[in-house]
Design a binder for this molecule. Structure first.
Ligand code: FAD
Length: 316
């Protein structure tokens, strides 16, 4: 069976959920071969095996970690040339997409980005115009390089014991053009990561101001959820941009998504419509979000959300 390379996303050895999704996807079409770059592999090995990584190419060389993006593309290009994989999967994050583009140039291959699913023959599915249209695209040249949006595929365990191969790559001067001089670790806080959370509570323009986001945070905390926001809320400076959900923000696909004071514009839906259960609290019964929801509460969020928080807290 042909190998399918999966570039592992990890933060200091902690494997991101998107990698498990990519391994699941790879397993549908060939033998998933994870590519690990940086320290911490030993601690992550079992997790990769649990989701079907039949092989892991391990590049633990400290130097590969000292430069921005380019070494990852260089290593993957070398593996594409040496191992002739059937395809390469990366996450459609800012970094993943940059790696994909560079890799495409280095290997003379076609690249698909922001793919939400992959069908037989490495046909990538794109959700465009805020999910209104599904477009299919296929790479005709070289090795298909596919950047898949996080939360597009449900990760499925498929335990194997990975074979390991240590790999390295000689970096060119161009690969070393941008050196990492400092890494500032963002404070993780108590809440789960937005793109990986099982429950997300998001606030929109209806929240009315930065100070009122404590209502959204209170509800989120009662449920052990992550906090999200609409673009109207982030553009107004009420909540940081990194928490924006939607077409130009993060894509989330939790078990439960609660939209509070959000109208349900197509660009917001693009980032949350695959959530398993969707709940909305909105005072306008005609709000478009109600077309999408499993449960809708027509009411003033300033009354409904605190009551809901109180009730959930009581029942814990
Ligand atoms: P509004 O549309 O103003 O809705 C506010 C809602 O709150 C209303 O439905 C109102 O009834 C309700 N409300 C008000 N007061 C209360 C109350 N007291 N109690 C209960 N309900 C109340 N948007 C995103 O979210 N994410 C994106 O990634 C994104 N990308 C975009 C990209 C492009 C290219 C463009 C053009 C737009 C994008 N947008 C995005 C913006 C999008 O079109 C909408 O403008 C935005 O989603 C609206 O945010 P909102 O629902 O919070 O605000």
């Amino acid at each position: 069976m042909a190998e399918i390379l999966v570039l592992v996303d990890h933060v200091d050895g902690e494997v991101k959920k998107v990698t498990l999704e990519l391994l699941t996807l790879a397993g549908r079409f060939g033998e998933p071969a994870a590519v690990w770059i940086g320290p911490g592999y030993e601690g992550a090995k079992d997790r990769l095996g649990e989701y079907g990584a039949a092989k892991v190419y391990v590049a633990a060389d400290e130097e590969l970690n000292s430069y921005v993006v380019a070494p990852k593309a260089a290593l993957l290009a070398q593996l594409v040339n040496e191992k002739s994989p059937a395809a390469v999967l990366v996450s459609a994050t800012a970094e993943g997409k940059e790696v994909a583009g560079r890799l495409a140039v280095k290997t003379g291959s076609g690249v698909l980005t922001d793919v939400v699913d992959v069908a037989e023959g490495f046909v990538g599915e794109h959700s465009i115009f805020g999910g209104g249209i599904i477009a299919h695209a296929k790479v005709n040249t070289g090795t298909p390089i596919i950047a898949v949006r996080p939360n597009s595929v449900a990760p499925e365990p498929n335990a194997v014991t990975p074979a390991e191969e240590q790999v390295s790559v000689a970096l060119s001067d161009a690969d070393k053009a941008a050196k990492i001089v400092e890494k500032v670790v963002q404070e993780k806080g108590e809440r789960p990561d937005l793109t990986e959370a099982a429950i997300v509570v998001s606030g929109g323009r209806g929240v009315g101001g930065a100070e009122n986001f404590t209502i959204i945070e209170g509800l989120a905390d009662s449920l052990g959820a992550a906090v999200g926001a609409s673009r109207a809320a982030t553009d107004a400076g009420w909540y940081p941009h990194q928490f924006q959900v939607g077409q130009t923000g993060k894509t989330v696909s939790p078990q439960l998504y609660i939209a509070v004071g959000i109208s349900g514009a197509i660009q917001h839906r693009a980032g949350m419509q695959t959530s398993k259960t969707i709940v909305a609290i909105n005072k306008d019964p005609e709000a478009p979000i109600f077309e999408l929801v499993d449960y809708g509460v027509v009411g003033d969020l300033f009354q409904v959300a605190p009551q809901l928080t109180e009730e959930i807290t009581k029942r814990k």
